[in-house]
Design a protein around this ligand. Structure first.
Ligand SMILES: Cc1ncc(COP(=O)(O)O)c(C=O)c1O
Length: 374
């Protein structure tokens, strides 16, 4: 099978950042070297810590005539199967300092809450999780299994966050949110410092290779901003940074276009659930606004097909469990290589070493099984 057949892979929009200037020092003022280093020191000392695999998609790189495609496989992150495990749990530890009288709380679409619940359980703390009515029962149950008290709130994510803030203020609970707002920057910054552990691991896994391109999925931009900060901290070169979003929620793209934070109206929830966010978070935005080279947005159409190709080992020698949010990186890469203009703009060629982030495995097993079967 010709996996990269150009007709098969769709993108919706591709834009260039007119305000691009990657400034390592500026980036490391937003998340500092000390915060990044502390996150690695702390997390790498957790009992169950192991770096996740960095796989190569050798069949795909051959077909696209690229030198290498690396895939960071976060389906193997602790037992939580997503990079989110690095953020929330680390922030819980930093802000509570393990004080047993603390109750932590958060609002979540799923994976962040699982990380907070797990972090609280590790330290023997109480945990309250607020989810919207759109979060699946399977995701709610997964957090209950980690000892959290899960509260379902009518309406969308924003409603669950408002209820979380209200009840937390009334009851003196510590909110551990991955999204920043005015006066709430430290915890989201710590969360991102936690995510940057991925880049530290990657540096130890690529030997002397130089990463030339990084495709970064974005919801509110936390993961993308963290990986850019990790690049500023650990890489000698400056890779091209390409942000990938669902076309129904391309809030980073819209913000990059206009040079300031834009809110988009989500008219249809994307299959890429973790990325279905209407507005970039403040902390990552400060990093992304100048460091991103390009943004690309995608429809949901090819997600299930990409997940199947991961699962049956079509992209490389490994069979990979890639959840809905792990698929858009590879789709954008193939779509970019199949469009000569984009390929030239991104300078994708036989010397390119591309990094893709497989940010989650089958974090929602029912959904995963359904998408693989259809
Ligand atoms: C499971 C999951 N949740 C959320 C996100 C988005 O992260 P953020 O909201 O930090 O941009 C991703 C990937 O981008 C993801 O894989």
């Amino acid at each position: 099978m010709n996996i990269s057949n150009g007709q098969l892979w769709k993108y919706s929009s591709f834009i260039q950042n007119e305000n691009h200037s990657f400034n390592k020092d500026k980036i490391l003022e937003i998340i500092t070297k000390e915060q990044i280093d502390d996150a690695y020191l702390t997390i790498s000392n957790w009992k169950s810590y192991n770096p996740t695999p960095l796989l190569v998609l050798n069949k795909l790189s051959k077909e696209l005539s690229l030198n290498k495609i690396y895939y960071k496989d976060e389906s193997k992150r602790f037992d939580l199967k997503s990079f989110k495990a690095l953020g929330g749990a680390y922030a819980v530890e930093k802000i509570t300092k393990g004080n047993k009288n603390t109750t932590v709380s958060t609002a979540t679409a799923g994976n962040h809450g699982r990380s907070v619940a797990w972090g609280a359980q590790r330290l023997g703390l109480k945990c309250k999780i607020f989810i919207s009515e759109f979060v699946s029962d399977a995701r709610g149950k997964a957090m209950e299994a980690l000892g959290a008290d899960v509260v379902k709130v009518k309406g969308n994510y924003e409603n669950s966050l408002l209820e979380c803030i209200k009840q937390s203020t009334d009851n003196n609970w510590q909110i551990v949110q991955d999204v920043a707002w005015k006066d709430y920057m430290l915890v989201p910054t710590l969360t991102m410092a936690g995510y940057s552990v991925m880049m530290k691991e990657i540096i130890g896994q690529i030997n002397d290779d130089e990463i030339t391109h990084i495709f970064l999925q974005a919801g509110v931009g936390g993961m993308a901003g963290a990986m850019v900060a990790g690049s500023a901290r650990y890489l000698k070169n400056i890779p091209k940074i390409i942000v990938v979003e669902p076309d129904s929620a391309a809030c980073v793209m819209e913000s990059i276009k206009s040079g300031k934070i834009q809110k988009v109206n989500i008219l249809r929830e994307s299959l890429m659930g973790g990325m279905s966010c209407g507005e970039p978070s403040l902390v990552p935005w400060e990093i992304l606004k100048n460091s991103v080279d390009n943004c690309i947005s995608l429809p949901d159409d090819d997600i299930a097909r990409a997940m199947k190709l991961f699962a049956n080992g079509s992209f490389g020698n490994d069979r990979i469990i890639a959840g809905e949010n792990s698929a858009p990186g590879v789709i954008s890469l193939i779509a970019s290589c199949n469009d000569q203009n984009i390929k030239n703009t991104l300078n994708l060629n036989a010397d390119s070493n591309v990094l893709l982030i497989g940010c989650e495995g089958d974090t929602d097993q029912e959904m995963y099984k359904k998408l693989l079967k259809d």
